[in-house]
Design a protein around this ligand. Structure first.
Ligand SMILES: NC(=O)c1ccc[n+]([C@@H]2O[C@H](COP(=O)([O-])OP(=O)(O)OC[C@H]3O[C@@H](n4cnc5c(N)ncnc54)[C@H](O)[C@@H]3O)[C@@H](O)[C@H]2O)c1
Length: 332
């Protein structure tokens, strides 16, 4: 038996950036979806602490993954994250600042405390790439981004880890400067939302509360990663698109409550029985994925705690092996 850890590793945002490997993130997040689908994971519902009087909220996202392989022991953790939209204007601080606590379920020792914001962006990008690998048509050639912010960048990196540099990229954003900056960074071009929505893979990551993508713009055979809607009332796709697509969700409870389908469900234009199933079920081969090259597929992602714990474990392992981070005795 190996000696259990006795210190807690503190990993800053810069540490997380230096440790991050998208290929490993993609594999870890895929494993986590499979674990969840095969009951080798626990993920109680997210807890919200509303702070209307302070202009924001806190969310706690705990989860547990059982042993995935000989090298992947059981692991648990919790993300403590906020949303304070006025922070940049009022205090010059980011609107979202998350931290993650990774714990050993055997000893309960907190193994690491790390930046949860970059962790979130990276696991979100990884999930989109996992979904594209499972659901997009065989040889996608073009990839569009509607919304060229933080999540768009990690989605691009993760798709690159899966598909290489072969995809032609179109970036669209309501802020032209954001689209230009993104296109420069990823070696793509700036286009209209219509052009981005007409790609083989379409990644949407806007904070929208009205559909940005129209049904007529989406090509047969497209795969859409609808990542932006993660709260009740948020929506990025014309409800009509849902009617003509195979809709795969990350988690039934979370997606129906606040994922892309939430608005159409509330309006009664879409019904729960139209949901094909979860990405984990597709990956675990419990249900089929895409059927044919002309079907439109949608991955409705709200973002799951199991994605966080899976990636936090990968980062922790990497940090230990490379000697990155400050090892502190916090609880002993
Ligand atoms: N599914 C998940 O796991 C997950 C994880 C993290 C964030 N999110 C959500 O993703 C969304 C984007 O997050 P982010 O961190 O990238 O934000 P961001 O602010 O960095 O980027 C959003 C971009 O969208 C652009 N935009 C806004 N409305 C638009 C529209 N109608 N058409 C085109 N572009 C538009 C903005 O100009 C901005 O550049 C948020 O709603 C966030 O809550 C989801």
């Amino acid at each position: 038996m190996t000696e259990p850890a006795r210190t807690t590793l503190v990993l800053t945002r810069a540490d997380v950036r230096s440790l991050l490997s998208m290929p490993r993130a993609v594999e870890a997040v895929e494993q986590a979806f499979v674990a969840y689908a095969t009951e080798a994971a626990q993920m109680p519902p997210k807890v919200y602490l509303s702070l209307g009087q302070h202009g924001g909220d806190f969310r706690a996202m705990p989860s547990y993954l059982a042993r995935r392989s000989a090298a992947e022991p059981p692991i648990a953790g919790v993300k403590w994250v906020n949303s304070h939209p006025d922070n940049p204007k009022k205090f010059g601080l980011p609107s979202v600042m998350g931290i993650y606590i990774l714990s050993d379920p055997e000893t309960a020792l907190p193994l690491a405390i790390l930046d949860g914001t970059l962790l979130t962006a990276a696991r979100t990008g990884a999930a989109a790439a996992v979904a594209s690998r499972a659901l997009s048509k065989k040889q996608p050639k073009t990839m569009g981004f509607v919304g060229c912010g933080i999540q768009a960048r990690t989605m691009w990196e993760a798709h690159r880890a899966v598909f290489g540099d072969s995809l032609r990229i179109i970036g669209a954003d309501s802020d032209p400067a954001a689209a230009e900056k993104f296109a420069r960074e990823v070696g793509g071009t700036v286009g209209s939302v219509e052009a981005a929505a007409g790609c083989d893979i379409v990644n949407t990551s806007t904070p929208g509360r009205a559909p940005a993508v129209r049904s007529a713009w989406v090509k047969p055979g497209a795969h859409i990663n609808a990542m932006g809607a993660d709260a009740p009332g948020k929506q990025e796709l014309d409800a009509d698109i849902l009617d003509h697509a195979k809709v795969v969700i990350d988690d039934h409870h979370q997606a129906t409550h606040s994922g892309e389908v939430n608005v159409a469900l509330e309006a009664g234009t879409f019904t729960e029985d139209r949901i094909h199933g979860s990405l984990g079920d597709v990956l675990a081969k419990k249900i089929p994925g895409r059927s044919g090259e002309t079907e439109i597929t949608i991955f409705d992602s709200k973002g799951l705690a199991i994605q966080d714990v899976a990636l936090a474990w990968v980062l922790y392992q990497e940090a230990r092996s490379r000697g990155v981070g400050a090892a502190l005795s916090i609880v002993l």
